[in-house]
Design a protein around this ligand. Structure first.
Ligand SMILES: [Zn+2]
Ligand SMILES: [Zn+2]
Length: 877
């Protein structure tokens, strides 16, 4: 049999096995009604993306679950794919065009889309090829793209259905507008940051010359669009002003003072300007009071023709001009510092402008209700549970979802407008003529849909919906969704209500939430800090297995983790430890056949490692069932490193030199447990486990499809665990004494072990292991304490007391001489420091820190002298 190479080299192993797995079609899953399905859909990375550490965590977790279930015999399907990322991709193309001195309008829609598709061809698969290096076992033959033919059909179908049910409508509403991206954004795409701004108090004079009313605002430029001033009807201060009119400064429009409960009497002056076109609350007030809606800002963030002399100014330039003019007219009552939340575009960080705009919306209330219920009644479970609260908090307060985007890259809205009669036709196919007036002068809506509109359908569009495919029937609902907590709103909630609405069933049973990876100081990784870690670098240096293991150990679901290179090194060392253990086993096996022994022929160490292995199988399996992937990894690490490598392999060295029968049994146990731990570890470290497994006596072509280990009742020797533990405790105690007493290497003391008569036979039968592993030349086991020399060093374990006569540990004459020499040297040093400290000029002239250092030195010498004196007295007794 071919032996393992001396050192493990991931680069020689990883690509080879990935190619083999792909070639043999091991990732492929077919509908098979005789098997139970297990399905995960991959959160589709953006085609603009490059593999970052967040993808690495997310996909490692999914791969562990998929590989584990596949080995358990489930029909495991992991569907990969990518997202067209409307706004992000469009930004990339625009940047590319800008380098050629072009805008998207120079190209026109059709040519721009050609460029986008070319871009997607060139870069869109970069991320998937990077994912493959991680070892992900997804079914690449089923790879999807949110804008492929099938997913696009699903999107249009959903739009038409929701429109026909009255759940999609078009209307003028306040939306979040990004003047940089020039598109509407949904609420979830706005990131709020606390900022220090101002609250300006502005005087609005009454028309009748009877003074003024003061309103407070953080966005004074929007006053140009004011159509009322509002006060709370219960506010005594303003009772008499309700119904009066004021002159809107700078614009000289006459507007009324109205009463509305919405006004907060505590905020500012208790009187507020009402700008229905530029504030969501004002829009509501305006609707209640039939106020005109006057937009004063254009889509590019500049003031429009309604802004009087400010028209054409950029919004913040206009703010300064408005304030200067108000100041000049004596209309600024006062200016306060004010901390408030300002919304920024999640793509470009530009401050978003709430603006009234004609957009398409999804009516959320009827869709949210069943989505709340599905999580409330436990059909969908969040892991950890606490994330359900974030979900409830968001979805219970959800507003209608603005789904139209003023972009070109994406799914174009299937709405058609008749230029003759104004009729709106929503249809999956482009109509030839208007169904009202018969005109053929019709034009499709220019806008595309929010990217999340298509990813909301991902769990069923990828399985063939709207067609009733066998895959959809068999694999839906999927089992687990693995995602970072950051996109619970964006994505998870929308998949849940979409699944319930269009499939009549939940999209997945579990939502496994993971945290984000921070740097070693706990900071978020970011381009500006330059503290990002490229997973491909880690793979190049340490191998994919080491990266994967690092990303899942020591971490509980939902918690953020920190990235330490030390930890990756430790994972690499773990891989090497397994490799060396496997080499040891294979060298000793030397190609011979092994047979399962009869249990009564096994030694205590054999029985112990087999029993502990069975416990490990039980624990790891139940940890995985509870999504405790980090805990299971830790148990595997501890078992392999300590119990298998550091203990059993060392114990086996005693047995491999005994009779042929003992040797054969030992080889069987070594191989059997190694085979089992490779299987258990395979989901975490797929490459090294596959490589080693192929050198073991085995059945099957790949460890990927090997059976997941089961608890072996025939090897569950319960009593062996305590018995072996008592032997190991004694070995450890003797090792500790030798270390504490500085016993020279190779010196093998005689040891007395006192135990009670019931344990005596166990120690007697296994004395050879204690002698060999603790480095002992004779073990005297007895049940009484007679004849133990008074100077013996002792230790106590659970089942025994250990005594080692001092003379066994050290040569008393030599040790006494050595200690006396050390004692004299220390006394000389102490005298020197004492002389220094009694020198008055040193004490007064030397810096205090130097004097203190000298005092510390003296104290330290004294302590060492005392301890040597004590040891000498002990020796001379
Ligand atoms: Zn933007
Ligand atoms: Zn018409």
């Amino acid at each position: 049999m071919e032996q393992l190479s001396k050192a493990y080299d991931p680069s020689k192993v990883e690509d080879k096995w990935y190619a083999e797995w792909m070639d043999k079609g091991y990732f492929r899953a077919e509908v098979d009604k005789n098997k139970q399905p297990f399905c995960i859909v991959m959160p589709p990375p953006n085609i603009t993306g490059q593999l970052h550490i967040g993808h690495a965590v997310n996909n490692t977790l999914q791969d562990i679950l998929i590989r584990w279930r596949r080995m358990q015999g489930y029909n495991a399907l992991w569907i990969p794919g990518t997202d067209h990322a409307s706004i992000a991709t469009e930004a990339k193309i625009k940047d590319e065009l800008a380098k050629e001195g072009l805008t998207k309008y120079d190209l026109g829609r059709e040519k721009f889309l050609d460029r986008a598709w070319q871009w997607r061809e060139r870069y869109g698969r970069r991320i998937t090829s990077q994912l493959k290096r991680l070892g992900v076992s997804c079914d690449w033959s089923r790879e999807r793209f949110t804008m492929d033919e099938g997913c696009s059909r699903a999107v249009i179908e959903v739009f038409v259905r929701l429109y026909e049910k009255g759940l999609i409508y078009r209307g003028d509403r306040i939306i979040n507008w990004c003047p940089e991206c020039k598109t509407a954004l949904s609420d979830a795409e706005v990131e709020y940051e606390e900022e220090h701004g101002h609250l300006w108090h502005i005087r609005y004079p009454f028309t009748d010359g009877s003074g003024y009313i003061v309103v407070a605002t953080t966005r004074p430029e929007t006053m140009l669009g004011d159509t009322a001033v509002a006060v709370n009807p219960n506010d005594e201060r303003y009772k008499d002003f309700i119904g009066k009119t004021v002159i809107l400064p700078l614009i000289n429009r006459e507007i009324s003072v109205i009463a509305d409960e919405y006004v907060d009497m505590e905020f500012g002056t208790g009187a507020v300007k009402i700008t229905p076109a530029h504030d969501p609350n004002d829009f509501e007030v305006g609707t209640r009071h039939n106020l005109p809606v006057i937009r004063v800002m254009a889509d590019d963030g500049h003031m429009n023709e309604n802004a009087g002399r400010y028209s054409g100014m950029e919004r913040y330039e206009a703010r300064r001009a408005v304030l200067a003019d108000l100041e000049a007219q004596g209309l600024i009552d006062k200016t306060e510092n004010h901390v408030h939340n300002v919304g920024h575009c999640y793509r470009c960080s530009t401050i978003v402008e709430p603006i009234v705009s004609k957009q398409w919306f999804v009516k959320m209330e009827p869709l949210a209700k069943p989505a709340i219920k599905a999580v409330r009644d436990g059909r969908i479970q969040f892991i950890p549970q606490r994330f359900a609260n974030i979900y409830f908090n968001w979805i219970e307060n959800i507003k209608d979802w603005c789904i139209s985007r003023q972009l070109w890259w994406g799914h174009r809205i299937p709405a058609y407008y008749c230029h003759v009669c104004g009729n709106v036709i929503v249809s999956a196919q482009r109509p030839d003529t208007c169904d009202k007036c018969g005109s053929d002068d019709i034009e499709q809506d220019h806008d595309v849909l929010d990217t999340w509109f298509s990813s909301a359908l991902w769990p069923f569009s990828t399985l063939g919906w709207p067609d009733h495919t066998p895959e959809l029937e068999y694999f839906y609902p999927t089992d687990v969704l693995v995602t970072a907590y950051e996109i619970i709103f964006f994505w998870v909630a929308r998949m849940i209500f979409s699944g319930l609405e269009h499939m009549g069933d939940i999209p997945f049973k579990y939502v496994l939430i993971h945290g984000i990876v921070r740097d070693d100081e706990g900071r978020k990784m970011s381009k500006s800090l330059g503290n990002g870690v490229d997973p491909l670098d880690v793979i190049d240096k340490y191998g994919a297995d080491a990266l994967r293991f690092t990303l899942v150990t020591g971490n509980a679901p939902g918690n953020d983790m920190r990235f330490y290179w030390d930890k990756v090194e430790a994972s690499r060392n773990f891989a090497n430890k397994i490799w060396n253990a496997a080499r040891f086993v294979l060298l000793n096996l030397n190609g011979q056949d092994i047979e399962p022994p009869s249990p009564d022929e096994l030694t205590l160490p054999d029985r112990w490692i087999l029993a502990r292995y069975s416990q490990l199988v039980e624990e790891v399996t139940s940890n995985l069932e509870r999504f405790e992937l980090g805990l299971a990894a830790q148990k595997l690490y501890d078992f392999i490193w300590s119990e298998y490598c550091d203990w059993y392999i060392e114990l086996s060295k005693v047995q491999l030199h005994q009779s042929e029968a003992v040797k054969a049994n030992t080889l069987y146990v070594l191989c059997h447990v190694l085979d089992g731990i490779l299987r258990l570890l395979h989901p975490y470290m797929p490459f090294i486990t596959e490589e080693i497994w192929h050198h073991l006596p085995k059945s099957g072509d790949t460890i990927m499809l090997a059976e997941w280990p089961r608890v072996e009742a025939e090897f569950m020797f319960e009593d062996s665990i305590d018995n072996m533990q008592s032997i190991m405790d004694v070995i450890q105690a003797i090792r500790n004494i030798k270390a504490e007493m500085n016993v020279e290497a190779g010196r093998k003391p005689k040891v007395v072990l006192v135990t009670n008569s019931s344990y005596e036979p166990i120690f007697q039968a296994n004395a050879q292991y204690i002698e060999r592993l603790a480095g002992v030349s004779g073990l005297n086991i007895k049940s009484d304490k007679s004849d133990i020399s008074a100077d013996a060093v002792s230790a106590v374990t659970g089942r025994a007391e250990i005594y080692i006569p001092l003379g066994e540990l050290v040569d008393i004459a030599k040790e006494t001489a050595r200690l006396k020499k050390e004692y004299n040297e220390l006394c000389t040093e102490l005298d020197k420091t004492k002389v220094k400290l009694s020198n008055q000029s040193f004490i007064t002239k030397a810096p205090p820190a130097v004097v203190q250092a000298e005092k510390d030195k003296a104290a330290q010498y004294q302590a060492m002298i005392d301890s040597i004196k004590e040891r000498l007295e002990h020796l001379e007794k």
